[in-house]
Design a protein around this ligand. Structure first.
Ligand SMILES: [Mn+2]
Length: 411
């Protein structure tokens, strides 16, 4: 039996306002081809199916189209778990209809944990493996808030709540484990020691409630994780894998080789391998003086099927306000002339820094591009606040409550 582990599709994502529909469509075409060629039996998608809680009609349409196309392949079962970007309500709304296509949705923690357990059967009905389908666990799923608790107590309660959820599930799945049936468990969480890019939205209280892999139950043979966009192996025992997002979701991910994992179950033994995903559109940062950048762009050869999206960081030594205007004109001209690339973001910085910050690259990141915590950090710096740690923790806590109530409203 072959099982694909993938996550963080972020359908509907826009990069600095640019639509990624073409890339998603190319990824889906490639995925369908892979499923057919390898005769994959089961597909796991471990959270962040959509980029936003309320996806556009185009995003919804491309998701449903894919699910229908998968149902026409060898793939007999699709299991989709919710991520922190997904609204539980949005994912669950079509659940009954999708059951007809053998698509199982676990968008939020179910009232009965037994509902997270999904048997994977071969064509003749023998159980080959069992999946514990754990979605992103929201605060209300894992702990009861206690009045007056400190932020450290809260972090510990979240950490313990996550672990309890997994240990209880392992207990429920024990009968399968005793028959040596491989157990796969999913998750959308931050494991201690993971390498982040810049596009993961913080989970509960930043990442302070990250749990170490060693504390998770050893009964599971494979942890199929989502949330972190850079593919990585967290632990070999138990096997803990982040397959990563199929598309680079920010310029910080431009050097990643995106991937998914192909799991094979044979004679009750589970093995897994990394499958690289082709790059459909290169995204790339180029830096240097105006002259160097012009040279690089004029010689630029695009290596991906779709035109490259560039982030251009112009760095000049001497402050020259005229250059700011020239940079805008340059970008417009390149975007009109070049077919194999498009500049979607540009900044100008001067190393002698005599211009006010609002005119230089320091201020080129707009509010949209900054995380809430970065805005708060900058504010603390502006006001020369010395003892920042406690304030930052309190801010993270408030942010968690805001996200929590936003999630509750959606449901
Ligand atoms: Mn994600």
């Amino acid at each position: 039996m072959k099982i694909l582990h993938t996550s963080d599709w972020h359908i509907g994502q826009r990069l600095y306002g640019n639509d990624r529909h073409d890339e998603h469509r190319m990824f889906f075409e490639w995925l369908l081809q892979f499923i057919r060629a390898e005769e994959v039996d089961v597909l796991l998608v471990c959270g962040d199916i959509f980029d936003m809680a309320y996806p556009s009609n185009q995003a919804l349409r491309s998701y449903y189209q894919l699910l229908r196309e998968i149902s026409e392949t060898s793939c007999r079962q699709v299991i989709i778990t919710g991520g922190n970007h997904d609204s539980v309500g949005t994912l669950e709304a079509p659940r009954e209809v999708l059951q007809v296509l053998n698509v199982t949705i676990v968008a939020g923690a179910p009232a009965n944990q037994q509902d997270e357990i999904i048997e994977l059967q071969d064509k003749v009905g023998n159980i080959q493996a069992v999946v514990g389908a754990v979605p992103f666990l929201r605060d209300k799923d894992i702990r009861i808030p206690v009045a007056g608790e400190s932020s450290n107590e809260r972090i510990e309660a979240v950490r313990q709540g996550i672990l309890n959820h997994y240990h209880q599930l392992a207990d429920l799945m024990l009968p399968y484990h005793e028959q040596n049936i491989p157990l796969i468990v999913t998750g959308h969480l931050y494991m201690q020691g993971s390498r982040l890019s810049e596009s993961e939205r913080d989970l509960q209280i930043g990442n302070q409630a990250g749990v170490s892999a060693a504390a998770f139950p050893a009964a599971f043979d494979y942890y199929a994780l989502g949330h972190i966009h850079c593919p990585q192996t967290i632990s070999m025992s138990p096997v803990v894998e982040y397959c990563g997002s199929p598309l680079p979701l920010s310029f910080s991910e431009q050097h990643d080789t995106k991937s998914m994992r192909l799991l094979t179950v044979e004679n009750r033994k589970l093995s897994h391998q990394k499958i690289p995903i082709p790059l459909f559109r290169e995204i790339k940062t180029i830096r240097g003086s105006f002259a160097e950048i012009s040279r690089q762009i004029s010689n630029y050869e695009c290596s991906s099927p779709l035109p490259t999206w560039l982030e251009v960081c112009i760095e000049e030594q001497h402050t020259d306000p005229v250059l700011l205007r020239a940079a805008d004109d340059f970008v417009e001209q390149i975007n009109n002339e070049k077919e194999n690339l498009r500049i979607i973001r540009h900044t100008v910085t001067f190393t002698d820094r005599t211009l006010p910050a609002y005119l230089t690259g320091d201020h080129q990141r707009t509010l949209d591009e900054l995380r809430e915590t970065e805005v708060f950090d900058q504010l603390l710096d502006q006001h020369n606040i010395k003892d920042k740690d406690e304030l930052k923790r309190t801010f993270d806590e408030l942010l968690g409550i805001v996200y929590q109530s936003a999630n509750d409203r959606e449901e």
